[in-house]
Design a protein around this ligand. Structure first.
Ligand SMILES: [Zn+2]
Length: 192
């Protein structure tokens, strides 16, 4: 991955709803700037995020703009979460032995409020594209912040078998027949 060098942001610069109020801070491998939102909240915001997604809301503002809870089940990411919860927390699910029985859990905050999951995925991973599945980076880890990513069905199968992924140079994704997607995507249980 080529690293982009983002120019320093001058104090006083307004980006979306935020105004940069201080000099850059380096922490681990990221660059941050203190920025104040129109709502008054101040955060240290990652510089690359400000460049790539200038409309990104602060936590206060995004919480206020949350999707109403009663509408959340229509969100395309909702079924992804439901399926993961079922695999991990519903002993009646046919994949439970590969997930729940192995101690794999879904982050409690995501289970309690699907909006927290949707917000995390959209912010950190981006929306799901055709043929992609939610996968765990560490195969023995949970569905939780920092351990999820989008992969193709092929990558997913390869991870599961722990075999080596044969990457085609420049390949971004493969087209997966709907019959393969269906199982995970529509595997809904009416009760928990
Ligand atoms: Zn705000």
């Amino acid at each position: 991955m080529g690293k982009k060098i983002y120019p320093e942001i001058k104090i006083g610069t307004k980006i979306g709803s935020r105004t940069v109020v201080g000099a850059e801070i380096k922490e681990s491998r990221y660059r941050f700037v203190p920025a104040v939102c129109d709502c008054g909240r101040q955060d240290n915001v990652r510089v690359d995020r400000l460049y790539r997604k200038p409309t990104l809301r602060c936590l206060n503002c995004s919480a206020q703009e949350r999707i109403p809870l009663h509408g959340v089940c229509y969100h395309p990411l909702y079924n992804i979460l439901r399926s993961a919860i079922n695999r991990c927390h519903n002993p009646l699910n046919k994949q439970y032995h590969q997930y729940g029985l192995r101690g794999i859990r879904v982050h409690s905050e995501w289970r309690a409020d699907p909006r927290a999951f949707i917000e995390y995925i959209e912010t950190h991973l981006g929306p799901r594209t055709a043929g992609h599945h939610l996968d765990r980076v560490d195969n023995n880890g949970n569905y939780e912040p920092g351990n999820v990513r989008w992969v193709t069905q092929t990558q997913n199968n390869n991870n599961r078998k722990n075999s080596r992924v044969n990457r085609i140079p420049g390949e971004k994704y493969v087209i997966v027949p709907l019959s393969m997607v269906k199982d995970e995507y529509f595997n809904k249980n009416s009760e928990e």
